[in-house]
Design a protein around this ligand. Structure first.
Ligand code: ATP
Ligand code: MG
Length: 300
């Protein structure tokens, strides 16, 4: 299949969910149960995903070899939306040496005594690598916004914390992403869009199945009470930070197989668009290679 047609086929999965301009964005326009009318059995979906991921592994090898562009994948979601499983399934065929996952939990005392982007900035991917943020600087305008006592713990000078503090943070994040993009970091942001109903079902499963009990945390159920506040915070975050350089994908998350397909498609599409090639060997390097071959041949 010619490259143009492949990209066209991939776009069918990504166009409906990509947000590059937040102006008219409303989270409620996106259906967590959407599968684009596609019906697939588990095996079929797994096979398609495997092909996408294998392709990504191939592209990643070139990304690593050219040592210039890098990719940052940001994953945000409510609990049980499937961040961990999506990361595992989509990226498992990728060479671990070219790929790193950072999970951001409650900040440490040291992290709290720095500016809010500090701990994330140090983990941005090196050239040639794929960096994955499992939660990210967006928590600073999500959980910290919903639970404002967390902002107090950040010890900002009170004079600098006014009523616009969240808009200012969102503007800082948008600038930070512009900066990273201009450094050659391709940024893709995924919001795994889970419905409240499906979250309840998945929590119930964690309670019902002994092998899933370890995943259950009572505090996750307590966070559900703030569901509407979180949705409001996500809505505003996406609206303020969706851009061409750092698009959001609002990925339907009530069906795991579909979530994974869309995420895989978005990553493949973005890397494919860079149209990367293995580095060309210079005439001098070719001479070196010939000399090396000659030396090896004298050994036999
Ligand atoms: P899992 O899927 O395994 O539950 P998780 O990402 O939910 O993974 P947890 O250890 O359960 O991991 O939760 C991490 C918690 O840290 C989340 O509740 C998140 O909101 C919180 N957190 C992340 N960043 C910050 C931050 N900057 N300030 C305060 N809390 C944060
Ligand atoms: Mg959790």
């Amino acid at each position: 299949m010619p490259r143009k047609d492949i990209l066209g086929a991939i776009r069918k999965y990504t166009d409906p969910f990509r947000v590059t301009n937040g102006k008219a964005f409303r989270l409620k326009d996106f259906d967590p149960g959407d599968t684009l009318g596609l019906k697939m059995d588990k095996q079929e979906a797994a096979e398609l995903l495997r092909r996408g991921s294998d392709w990504l592994a191939m592209e990643q090898d070139i990304l690593y070899a050219q040592d210039s562009w890098s990719v940052l994948l940001v994953f945000q979601a409510m609990d049980a939306a499937g961040k961990d499983g999506t990361i595992k399934h989509v990226l498992s065929p990728v060479n671990p040496q070219g790929c790193e996952v950072h999970s951001f939990k409650q900040p440490s005392a040291e992290e709290l005594s720095h500016d809010f982007l500090w701990r994330y900035a140090t983990k941005a991917p090196q050239r040639g690598r794929i960096g994955i943020f499992n939660r990210s600087y967006y928590e600073e305008v999500l959980v910290v916004r919903v639970h404002q006592e967390l902002l107090k713990a950040q010890k900002l000078p009170p004079k600098l914390v006014g009523k616009d503090v969240w808009d200012e943070r969102l503007a800082d994040i948008a600038r930070f992403e512009d900066y990273l993009a201009r450094q050659g970091i391709v940024i893709l942001k995924f919001y795994l869009n889970l419905s409240r109903k499906e979250q309840r079902k998945r929590f119930m499963e964690r309670l019902d199945k002994p092998e899933k009990n370890w995943k259950f945390s009572a505090s996750d159920v307590r966070e559900r009470r703030y569901w509407d506040d979180y949705m409001q915070a996500y809505d505003e975050a996406i609206r303020a930070t969706a851009s061409k350089e750092a698009p959001w994908f609002v990925v339907p998350a009530d069906n795991k197989w579909f979530t994974r397909l869309v995420v895989a498609a978005a990553i493949v599409e973005a890397v494919e668009k860079l149209d990367l090639k293995y580095p060309k060997v210079s005439p001098e390097q070719k001479k070196d290679l010939a000399a090396a071959r000659a030396e090896l041949e004298t050994e036999s």
